[in-house]
Design a protein around this ligand. Structure first.
Ligand code: GDP
Ligand code: MG
Length: 404
């Protein structure tokens, strides 16, 4: 249910610090952090005293001198629906829902592949040409398609195959191979104790805030405490949007007012999360014009501030990409990767494109694992990315659980 994250969250925390010790630690880390901030270039706006900047909607038992938090927890919202394993609220299998979410891609790709393979009796050049066109149209990317077809061709001749249906199976297996190659388990060791910090980046409108809301809900369902951080201070609406998502799963959120220095928001949030031993801290960031040096510098600074408050953090730098932007997503990924070293991807809006092949292309091209895929705007419309399930959803006809 938590995809790659379950590796850690399945385990029980080993060393849980007594609350007062945790606070003491946070305070000493604090001094170091303040120093760290003071080292930042003078040109960057200095962090003002946080207490004056924080927007407090419903202050949570704020003690004097403490960073106030917006805490939109409401009793009835706290109880998130818990789908039965393998089923959603409506009782549909999750596999069927994935197929539904991938509707357009599935219809186009599956239909076109089936038409091609059923219509052919032999494997010939024409079949390869048609296949190339179909795969490129599905946004697998020219480079990936050529590499893929080279491998398929070699396999076909090595095994002296002549049946197009066998070729289809090889194609599916090779695609799965690409996805499994990068679906490596965490390289980073997830913290045994203390918060798991996820920094979320990506250009405007790709679905960062929405995905954060959905990810928070997943962690809450798994019984984890979550703190959201409104690091996109560029627009007031962005802060409000994150508050709404915090309310939906009843988690706390640290937010300041529009225009506040994002690093200072993040600094406060880290302090708050460490002092309370929050399990997961998820940081939203701005995404205006990814070509601007400014944004990248801001993200680097946020990353530094996180790392100075908690060694080894952020444990995940998640890039959110909009699948409907096709090949553009690849160039975005390269830019963000250079600036903040991406460790995982979320691909959104797969429900809105007939070109779901971008997932395959991006995996192969970037070698960064896809953690989640977004297949709608609702809180449950975020799926753990499972290469087998994904390939089956694209290649298999009909519903039912066809995995395996
Ligand atoms: N159909 C669909 N829409 C999505 C998905 N993820 C996000 N959106 C929509 O995309 C728009 C931008 O999302 P937002 O989270 O504000 O993007 P941000 O600017 O990166 O934070 C919103 O209207 C979301 O509802 C998805 O997986 N599918
Ligand atoms: Mg946003």
């Amino acid at each position: 249910m938590l995809g790659w994250f379950k590796a850690k969250f399945g385990k029980k925390k080993e060393a849980e610090l007594p609350a007062d010790e945790a606070v003491a630690e946070a305070t000493s880390a604090d001094a170091a952090g303040a120093e760290a901030l003071a080292e930042e270039p003078a040109a960057e706006p200095a962090a003002e005293p946080a207490a004056q900047e924080v927007v407090v909607a419903e202050p949570a038992e704020a003690e004097p001198g403490e960073t106030p938090v917006v805490s939109p927890v409401q009793a009835e919202e706290k109880a998130l629906p818990k789908p039965a394993p393998g089923k959603d609220k409506a009782g549909k299998t999750l596999f069927a829902r994935l197929q539904e979410g991938l509707g357009k891609t599935r219809k186009t790709l599956l239909y076109r592949l089936d038409t091609l393979f059923l219509g052919k009796k032999v494997i010939d050049q024409e079949l390869y040409d048609d296949l190339e066109e179909i795969l490129i149209t599905a946004d697998l990317g020219v480079g990936t398609v050529h590499a893929l077809l080279d491998e398929v061709r070699r396999e076909v001749s090595r095994r002296e195959l002549s049946d197009p249906a066998a070729l289809k199976k090889i194609l599916r297996d090779r695609i799965l191979g690409y996805l499994l190659e990068v679906d490596r388990p965490a390289e980073m060791v997830m913290p045994e104790s203390g918060p798991f910090v996820i920094m979320v980046v990506g250009v405007n409108g790709v679905g960062k805030t929405t995905s954060i809301g959905k990810i928070a809900a997943k962690f809450v369902r798994a019984g984890r405490s979550v703190l959201l951080v409104a690091g996109d201070t560029f627009r007031a609406a962005a802060i409000d949007q994150l508050k709404i998502w915090a309310g939906r799963s009843g988690v706390e959120i640290i937010a300041q007012k529009q225009g506040a220095d994002p690093s200072s928001v993040v600094y406060d949030a880290m302090e708050y999360g460490l002092a309370r031993d929050i399990d997961v801290i998820i940081i939203d960031t701005a995404g205006r014009l990814h070509t601007q040096v400014n944004l990248m510098e801001e993200l680097k600074k946020i990353r530094r501030v996180i790392g100075k408050k908690l060694a080894g953090a952020p444990h995940e730098v998640m890039l959110v990409l909009d699948a409907t932007t096709g090949q553009n997503a690849v160039s975005q990924a390269k830019l963000f990767n250079e600036a903040v070293a991406i460790t995982g991807l979320t691909l959104t809006k797969l429900d809105g494109t007939a070109k779901g092949g971008i997932v395959i292309h991006i995996s192969r091209e970037l070698g960064i694992p896809v953690r989640f895929i977004g297949v709608g705007e609702q809180i449950d419309d975020l799926r753990d990315f499972d290469p087998r399930e994904f390939v089956d959803a694209l290649f298999l006809n009909g519903g039912g659980n066809a995995a395996g």
